[in-house]
Design a protein. Structure first.
Length: 289
């Protein structure tokens, strides 16, 4: 079985510190061995209403600014910084990507020509943005389906199919919680998406916000070709996503286990494997019938 592509979702876990983001790239690539490192890009004044921008953060302990808008601004990097992070990813032999939350961010990230752009669950019915990505961006579209109804799923897929981009699309099973309890992970959503859309799209992925790494291995056995997990250097850092993120050793073990289990998911190529033949000579008690 082919091992899934592993995405380290740094998102905003860098705390708005560019040096921390650079270190996270080096650790995710060099220590953990991931395939893709993904960030987020938002234009807070475009994403938020004036009232939302001026309101306090709903969880003050996680705030990086006096208002929610200031909090979001503090966690943003410029497009020049994203370009530098893309170059750093390439130097470390991994792909760069980013989620986009608004039209400005979609245009900016598309200008960097990553191999794929992610549309987060919160924005998957932003059809103006989807139209732009379908029409003006040549890379793949990865779309999370957390907090999305079945009818909305069908509308999203039909919209992309009409624009001739469905074969460039990866759909992600996802539950939008931070963290998600195991009884709410709902891994059979991967099977449902494969049955429903598997013949149309490029692939099916799994974006997990649970604890530990066991569920991701199960997701792979159910057919997830892309595994995305949030990544942090320290789960005790201030911020919403850290509690649902893997630290370096957890991410390293996830990559290791996915690749090892993928090797193990195979048929026997022969009745006796080479590793068994020598043991058979020493141990097998062959008696006449």
């Amino acid at each position: 079985m082919k091992a899934p592509t592993v995405i380290a979702e740094i998102g905003c876990n860098h705390r708005g510190e560019f040096a921390t983001a650079q270190e996270m790239v080096r650790v995710a690539a060099g220590v953990c061995g991931v395939d893709v490192i993904k960030f987020q890009k938002r234009n807070p004044k475009e994403c938020l209403t004036p009232e939302q921008y001026a309101a306090p953060h709903p969880v003050p302990a996680n705030a990086y600014g006096a208002t929610y808008g200031e909090h979001r601004e503090a966690l943003e990097f410029t497009i020049e910084q994203h370009k530098a992070l893309k170059i750093l990813c390439e130097e470390w032999g991994v792909e760069y990507s980013s989620s986009v939350w608004d039209m400005t961010s979609a245009r900016e990230i598309a200008s960097l020509s990553p191999k794929f752009i992610k549309v987060p669950s919160a924005c998957n019915t932003h059809f103006e943005m989807l139209a732009y990505l379908c029409d003006a961006y040549g890379g793949d579209l990865h779309i999370s389906l957390g907090m999305t109804t079945r009818r909305e799923e069908e509308e999203i897929v039909a919209f992309i199919e009409r624009r001739g981009r469905i074969k460039d699309t990866v759909l992600y099973a996802c539950v939008s919680g931070y963290p998600v309890a195991f009884e709410d992970v709902c891994l059979f959503e991967i099977s449902r998406l494969r049955r429903t859309f598997g013949s149309l799209v490029k692939g099916i992925g799994f974006s997990g916000h649970h604890l530990g790494i066991a569920a991701d291995v199960a997701a792979m056995t159910l057919g997830a070709e892309w595994i995305e997990r949030h990544f942090t250097l320290d789960r005790t850092w201030k911020g919403t996503d850290h509690a649902a993120s893997l630290e370096p050793d957890g991410l390293r073990r996830l990559v290791r286990d996915l690749r090892n289990v993928a090797l193990a998911l195979s048929d026997r190529p022969s009745e006796l494997l080479p590793v068994e033949i020598e043991q058979r000579k020493k141990l097998k008690q062959v008696k006449p019938v």
